[in-house]
Design a protein around this ligand. Sequence first.
Ligand code: NDP
Length: 318
Amino acid sequence: KVVCVTGASGFIASWIVKFLLQRGYTVRATVRDPGNPKKVSHLANLEGAQERLHLFKADLLEEGSFDSVVEGCHAVFHTASPVRFVVNNPQVELIDPAVKGTLNVLKSCAKSSSVKRVVLTSSISAVAFTGRPKTPETVVDETWFSDPDFCRELELWYTLSKTLAEDAAWKFVNENNIDMIVLNPTMVAGPLLPAEINESVEPILNLINGKPFPNRSFGWVNVKDVAIAHILAYEIASASGRYILSERVIHYSELARTLRQLYPTLQIPDKCEVDEPYMPTYQISTDKAKKDLGIEFTPLEVSVRETVESFREKKILN
Ligand code: NDP
């Protein structure tokens, strides 16, 4: 079967492409710059790529850019969206590509006669930022939707972009009768296939480089589990709605402790950026992903070890 992956050169998408090729699919992969070896050589080197991987140039903000790629595909995995936590112009750098880009891809799907299901990579960002206080007793699940006003108030621009994009996607698919499954991963760690490191593994590199950690608690999940969940969300006909993907919620101090335990010779700081009580952790329910998709989440310690080994392999670390 022929399927499409948007933003194929990215951290998560590269693993989706790798697993799709392993499972025998023909993959149409969209990238912004197919001429840049940094963006595509890791894809071209995947097993099965020569025979079944086809690269297409497409940009989220170019109307109709995805029309010809999507036509003929059974499934579209829409992962492309800017992942940046520091920006100068949130509307231009994050919100427009996330929201207009998602609608652009969905419009191509609506026009196509072949697409049976769309799998959208959303985020826990579109779930957990409601303004409701989170305590160790709080259980975040798929019924939660982040509040755009709360995101604006706290200037959480990436979070806002993912919240608005998922919301716009649900409205569009409901109006246009498109079958869509949404995945909501927490912070993603694990082995890097692309040449460049991405924003979600940077906190791990920062700790290794001795930077004090933020006073934050986040969920973490392995990139391979996220990629497989995308494919299962397409393959399992009875899958529906949203799926949160997370192995564990931890405070950064605990991430630092995990790194110290795994790598006693590294100088991992035991120092928070601010001198205030640690933000509490909370719970994230992944019952739905476990039950419907049969996902078993890789322990965080393994994900952290894989991330660090990957830094070493890529000579980001000695
Ligand atoms: P990456 O930065 O590795 O990948 C993002 C991809 O989006 C890149 O391939 C990038 O293309 C593409 N992209 C960005 N802007 C545009 C544009 N204007 N037109 C076309 N493509 C564009 O990040 P991840 O793999 O981490 O993220 C993939 C998806 O997963 C995103 O939707 C993200 O929001 C979501 N996600 C990520 C999490 C994480 O912790 N990493 C957690 C939860 C969700 P290019 O290579 O050309 O720059």
